[in-house]
Design a protein around this ligand. Structure first.
Ligand code: HEC
Ligand code: HEC
Length: 325
């Protein structure tokens, strides 16, 4: 933290003498938190889960979603305290809807953001990073962060359970899949995007896993579309349990198991409105040409007829046993 504070005062100094020469490395503007762990966790989460769609750079081409700077500014417009900022951000990310939106024009332009199931704590860390740092200085933070990364990670990981670690892998994969799916729908329409999923879903889930030694991430379902995604016995029993919890309006929770010397995490995948164009009611929600393509590509498809807020499937994250520590 010492370094950040020093840099902050250096920045204030520069600002007061009116230094306007373009600086390459932009320092973080204000740090009111003394919680470096929240900042670094928030940064990792943003980098892994949000920047794929929301570029931190407002000048970059933002085809899929508004830039993160834009989001931050809209959220700060009427909400000056960190608490309020966090509450509003959490509301929209946990349940994206017109009702919770502070940027209705973004919904018009890009379509609603897909729902992501982060914990309150994770969203709080994201909010702390967004609120307290200059979002455009993300490269600066990254360099700084990388220097301190070992230390931060060691500290952060000590407090993180395998369940949370697995969730981070699942959400990271989801963010990459989500970005590509939204991009493909926008570019090629629903039927075109279908072909894209058919060719790329596997490859995309692999990319995340292959970056980390010994970690595997996959999506499976009891009502599968692709035969390769059929849930096995253990996965099915988690799916059944979760469906029962949903039926009784109970809170659904991820689960961790040790199987054959590995740690396996299960995380629910819920449907929202966006999914209905490919997984909804075949006669009212799925367009005819999309339905034809589904039948052609997946003759054994069971993954239609869903409504919103149903369990569509689960993420399965397999991790080496060391993660238990
Ligand atoms: C798959 C792409 C995608 C990912 C990944 C994504 N978003 Fe979004 N997000 C969008 C789109 C599209 C919008 C604009 C439509 C809307 O407001 O829902 C949006 C809007 C938002 C808004 C403004 C919502 C409003 O209308 O008030 C916030 C806040 C937000 N995102 C936060 C996040 C955070 C935090 C993350 C990472 C945890 C994230 N997003 C990841 C696509 C994404
Ligand atoms: C553009 C059409 C399209 C949209 C929109 C779509 N999906 Fe899919 N989904 C597919 C296709 C195609 C597959 C099969 C991918 C493959 O071959 O691996 C699939 C597979 C899946 C799987 C893997 C299990 C299985 O059945 O094979 C899950 C889980 C899933 N989708 C969830 C969702 C959720 C949740 C949403 C909304 C957030 C969504 N999908 C939106 C087309 C779509």
């Amino acid at each position: 933290m010492k370094f950040l504070i020093k840099t902050t005062s250096a920045f204030i100094l520069l600002a007061t003498i009116g230094c306007s020469s373009p600086k390459k490395e932009q320092p973080i503007k204000k740090i009111t938190s003394n919680n470096s762990e929240a900042l670094s966790r928030g940064f990792i989460l943003l980098e892994n889960n949000c920047f794929s769609c929301h570029s931190p750079n407002p000048k970059a081409e933002n085809k899929i979603a508004p830039s993160m700077k834009n989001v931050k500014e809209s959220y700060l417009k009427n909400h000056e305290s960190l608490e309020e900022f966090t509450r509003n951000l959490t509301n929209h990310v946990q349940n994206p809807s017109e009702k919770n939106s502070k940027m209705p024009e973004a919904i018009q332009q890009f379509g609603l953001m897909p729902k992501m199931s982060f914990t309150d704590m994770q969203l709080k860390n994201i909010a702390v990073y967004l609120f307290e740092t200059d979002i455009e200085a993300v490269d600066w933070y990254k360099n700084q962060y990388q220097k301190e990364q070992k230390q931060h990670l060691a500290k952060a990981n000590k407090n993180e359970s395998p369940l949370e670690k697995g969730l981070e892998y699942a959400l990271k994969t989801k963010s990459i899949l989500g970005k590509n799916l939204l991009g493909a729908i926008k570019e090629k329409g629903t039927a075109g995007a279908l072909l894209f999923c058919n060719e790329n879903a596997f490859h995309l889930t692999d990319t995340v896993a292959s970056q980390i030694d010994g970690v595997e991430v996959k999506r499976v379902s009891d009502r599968y579309r692709n035969l390769k995604n059929i849930a096995n016995v253990n996965e099915l029993s988690y799916i059944e349990k979760t469906k029962t919890q949903l039926m009784y309006a109970k809170k659904i929770t991820p689960q961790i198991q040790e199987i054959e010397g590995k740690i396996v995490g299960y995380y629910p995948i819920m449907t929202n409105k966006m999914c209905m164009q490919c997984h909804g009611n075949p006669s009212t929600e799925i367009e005819k040409n999309t339905l034809l393509k589904i039948k052609e590509l997946y003759p054994d498809d069971l993954a239609v007829g869903y409504s919103t807020d149903e369990l569509r499937g689960i993420w399965v994250v397999t991790m080496p046993k060391e993660y238990k520590k």
